[in-house]
Design a protein around this ligand. Structure first.
Ligand SMILES: NC(=O)c1ccc[n+]([C@@H]2O[C@H](COP(=O)([O-])OP(=O)(O)OC[C@H]3O[C@@H](n4cnc5c(N)ncnc54)[C@H](O)[C@@H]3O)[C@@H](O)[C@H]2O)c1
Length: 390
């Protein structure tokens, strides 16, 4: 077994370490993204690291094994081989049950986790004694989440494509064209949460000619949106009274609320569905944090929708997975600079030297070091500082 302690294999700078990086093929339903492109592999190999990619891991995103080997990576036949050799695993989605047993003590996992929405995953990672650095909680000084942004951009834009589609009668919707045509009113689109997802959704809906309202709790955010959005986009304070009133008239509602690291609040409760139009569509993008619509439960691209009270629910938890080419490039553009720091320095020194990585640490050697995750399941919380002092 390879040691995960300081190894200097072929790097001439003694302050930098060489790391064995593993890129498994994603096994979640319809997940075609891959955590590293051949271009990314080349950057890591150039710096003296060893990159092992599972056979056909890049296929779904349009990258062949040959492209990875040309970039200097090695191809391994099975997922077991990749987990067995790697000090750092780079993934896209959280590990799922068959992967739990492959994760080794001390192994660094750099991927999306969304711990607060799934207790079994949290418990499995605690038990594995691995180090879990979650893309979604890496945070810049201005509180923005640089590794959520690219996927939020994709999901926000897709939410309107999907919503428009499911508003069509044969797919269960009320049969309204988002932009209408001259002489008819456009569809009413309500967007809950005016962050990255909400803003991208608003741009798309507005571009198609819909009547759009973004509801948020942040006045500064709404002031900004009011400045930059076209005239068919309005803003409104999000509170129970306003949400209850606004959804009565809505054709399409996009759930795009986020409270970082915590479960999303239920802004639309079960009883409110009765007040909505029959054939209206709910696209709850926030489903990966538990959803901001009470009746939302995660669905897959194979079976994306269900109907409650004649309201269509679309709640796919990995929306960007359906457009893997765009998503893989957008994601790896954002993750690679951090992956390079982690590989060069090891997770501890990388976090000591780059404060953006610190909130990304969620579980270390069996301790939950991210407060909101511990609170979500009433588990013990250990401040991350314990692991960052020399
Ligand atoms: N389903 C998918 O495939 C997918 C893909 C990408 C992102 N997401 C999820 O989409 C969600 C939104 O992500 P984001 O990047 O836009 O986050 P963000 O932080 O940019 O925006 C969240 C917004 O929600 C607002 N908000 C908080 N509480 C609110 C409330 N009570 N009412 C209205 N607004 C409120 C915040 O002020 C903020 O503007 C997250 O849960 C993210 O994980 C899902």
């Amino acid at each position: 077994m390879l040691s995960s302690s300081y190894i200097c294999r072929n790097n001439s700078n003694p302050n930098l370490r060489d790391m064995i990086i593993g890129v498994p093929k994603e096994i979640k339903n319809n997940e075609n993204r891959v955590a590293l492109t051949p271009a990314g592999a080349k950057e890591l190999v150039k710096r003296g690291h060893s990159v092992y990619v599972q056979h056909t891991a890049g296929e779904g995103s349009g990258f062949t094994d040959d492209q990875y080997t040309e970039a200097g990576a090695a191809i391994l036949p099975t997922i077991e081989d990749v987990y067995a050799i790697a000090e750092m695993i780079m993934k896209v989605k959280e590990p799922i049950e068959p992967e739990y047993k492959l994760i080794k003590e001390d192994q660094l996992l750099f991927t999306y986790f969304h711990f607060a929405s799934y207790e079994p995953l949290t418990k499995a990672m605690v038990a594995s004694k691995s180090v879990c650095l979650a893309y979604e909680t890496v945070e810049k000084a201005d509180r923005s989440l640089p590794l959520l942004v690219p996927m939020s951009e994709v999901a926000g834009r897709m939410a309107i494509q999907k919503g428009a589609n499911y508003l069509e009668k044969p797919l269960g919707g009320r049969g309204i064209l988002l932009g209408g045509v001259p002489g008819t009113l456009p569809a009413k689109v309500i967007i809950l949460g005016g962050g990255v997802v909400g803003t991208q959704a608003a741009w798309m809906a507005a571009g198609l000619g819909a009547d759009v309202t973004i509801m948020d709790v942040s006045l500064p955010r709404m002031r900004y949106l009011a400045d930059v959005m076209p005239a068919n986009v309005k803003t409104m304070m999000s509170n129970e009274y306003n949400v209850r009133e606004m959804i009565k008239d809505a054709d399409l509602i996009v759930g795009a609320v986020l409270i970082p690291g915590a479960k999303a609040p239920h802004l639309i409760t079960r009883d409110m569905l009765a007040d909505m139009k029959k054939g209206a569509v709910l696209v709850d993008v926030a489903v990966d944090q538990g959803g901001c619509i009470e009746t939302c439960k995660p669905t897959t691209h194979e079976n994306p929708t269900y109907v409650i009270d004649e309201v269509v629910h679309y709640c796919v938890a990995n929306m960007p997975g359906a457009v893997p080419y765009t998503s893989t490039l957008a994601l790896t553009n954002a993750t690679l600079p951090y992956a390079i720091q982690l590989a060069d320095k090891g997770w501890k020194r990388a976090a000591q030297e780059n404060a953006e990585l610190v909130p990304g640490l969620n579980v270390i050697h069996g301790d939950i070091v991210y407060k909101a995750v511990a609170e979500a399941f009433d588990m013990d919380y250990v401040p991350v500082d314990k692991y960052l002092v020399d």
